[in-house]
Design a binder for this molecule. Structure first.
Ligand code: NOJ
Length: 465
């Protein structure tokens, strides 16, 4: 056995998102988000489900905070529903704000540090009617909403994330058509990506100008992939890996941390009009100083260069429509995602070397975890020792190794605190370290949760060498 000890200040947490757990879809003044509307169209969600009730967290908030406490977690990352706080993007809703204010107070009373994400994909439907993120104006609406939420909660909350995974809320949503609003237009996707970044920068400025000496750790969360050339000897596969790295990682990293889009990505996305949506001054706004970079990581990929001339219209990779993803023969999760913790270590070392290290920005792993087809016993207990627990343990080892190599990583959030609505997959994919019985609402910690609770309280664990 080998001991993996984390620094005493390293934070262990778990993450969720409003649309995935809250329910109360139309209660206390909340109106449709784009996901409420998307769920209503038959065929969009594979099990035909919706988010009207989800995990009923809105009504079980105190119970869920007690659960987080029992798991010994230092931090809890959750998101605010824009459509609850500012329904229809009109007047701010006191009842909506009050829910998050009570959640923050409950966490603080239990000695759990709150971490707020302002946008985890659920904008008010009313904004989509104006074009959603393809419309530049949405960035300004987002900054207004962010400023107000900060005014309400900034006295008690230090950790703020503007956007969660803008790659998903642009490319998956506007190009691949598999997330709300379900569009398949590369031009809109590229515009959405730029406007999301602009919204981030505008919101960051609003928040920082209101901090007024209060402790503030402000950042953004990106989802990364590690793209390997399927054949290391193939120039075409190397170029495919470059393109995927550009379309997934660097298209966000570079404007945020270097103040410009990478030249190769601009070329790849020229036809989709990336150049045309950028206005003078935008990149200065986007490259606001960051206090933290949130890293979400699930899997890497092996990619190969174009074969044939056919364009796959549902690829999320605008400008890389003919790149193929190949199996590396690795084990996969229930999402079909390959499991290789070394990819996370490689990613963290690269981010540190090329981006966060030179800028002196610490990293938090804001999401990492895995869905598996759980089997529960009659008490609702799931023994996921060899699946989810092993995934989280191995990825924490990768984090530990990266820290050992000098990467500044301050914490890790398991995705997710509990089973929840996995977007297009409805309730069919279970990422929770806590099982949710959707009939009764009962929460039952899985083996991974027990292990993670021990790890959090001891700031480390033993694992086979
Ligand atoms: C990242 C997203 O932020 C989260 O909402 C989602 O459930 C997980 N990935 C798993 O797919």
């Amino acid at each position: 056995m080998q001991r993996y000890e984390f620094p005493p200040e390293f934070q262990f947490g778990a993450a969720t998102a409003a649309a995935q757990i809250e329910g109360a879809g139309h209660e206390d003044g909340k109106t449709d988000s784009i996901w409420d509307a998307y769920c209503r169209t038959p065929g969009n969600i594979i099990d035909g489900s919706n988010i009207e009730v989800a995990c009923d967290h809105y009504h079980r908030m105190e119970e869920d905070v007690a659960l987080i406490k029992r798991l010994n977690l230092d931090m809890y990352r959750f998101s605010i529903s824009w459509a609850r706080v500012r329904p229809d993007d009109r007047d701010f809703n006191a009842l909506g704000i009050d829910f998050y204010s009570r959640l923050v107070d409950e966490l603080l009373a239990n000695d759990i540090t709150p971490w707020i994400t302002l946008y985890h994909w659920d904008e008010p439907r009313a904004l989509l009617e104006q074009g959603g993120w393809a419309n530049r104006d949405t960035a300004y609406r987002f900054a207004e909403y962010a400023a107000r939420v900060y005014e309400e909660l900034g006295d008690r909350v230090e950790y703020w994330t503007t956007l969660n995974e803008p790659w998903c809320s642009s490319f998956l949503s506007y190009a691949a058509g598999i997330h709300a609003p379900g569009y398949t237009d590369p031009k809109q996707a590229v515009a959405a990506a730029h406007h999301l970044l602009l919204g981030h920068g505008l919101a960051a400025k609003e928040i920082r100008s209101r901090a007024d000496g209060k402790p503030l750790s402000l950042g953004i969360t990106l989802n990364f992939t590690v793209a390997h050339p399927a054949d290391p000897n193939s120039a075409a596969d190397h170029d495919a890996a470059r393109q995927i790295d550009g379309a997934h990682n660097r298209i966000f990293l570079d404007p945020l941390l270097r103040g410009s889009y990478p030249a190769d990505v601009c070329d790849d996305m020229r036809e989709a009009g990336l150049d045309r949506v950028i206005r003078d001054g935008d990149l200065d706004i986007i490259s606001q100083p960051l206090d933290v970079l949130g890293v979400n990581f699930y899997n890497g990929v092996a990619v190969a260069g174009p074969s044939g001339s056919e364009i796959n219209s549902t690829t999320p990779y605008v400008g890389a429509e003919r790149i193929r993803t190949l199996s590396r023969g690795l084990p996969v999760t229930d999402m079909g995602w390959e499991v290789l913790a070394d990819d996370l270590r490689e990613l963290l070392i690269r981010l540190d070397k090329e981006y966060t290290g030179p800028a002196g920005i610490p990293i938090f792993i804001t999401e990492n975890g895995a869905a598996y087809p759980d089997v529960c016993d009659e008490t609702g207990f799931v023994d996921d020792t060899h699946t989810r627990l092993a995934y989280i343990r191995d990825h924490l080892i990768a984090v530990h190794e990266a820290i050992g190599q000098g990467v500044d990583i301050n914490g890790y959030f398991a995705w997710s605190l509990m089973d929840n609505f996995e977007w297009t997959f409805g309730y069919t994919k279970r990422f929770g370290i806590v099982r949710v019985d959707y009939e009764t609402g009962a929460r039952t910690p899985k083996a991974s949760a027990h292990w993670y609770a021990r790890t959090a309280s001891r700031k480390g664990f033993d694992a086979p060498a």
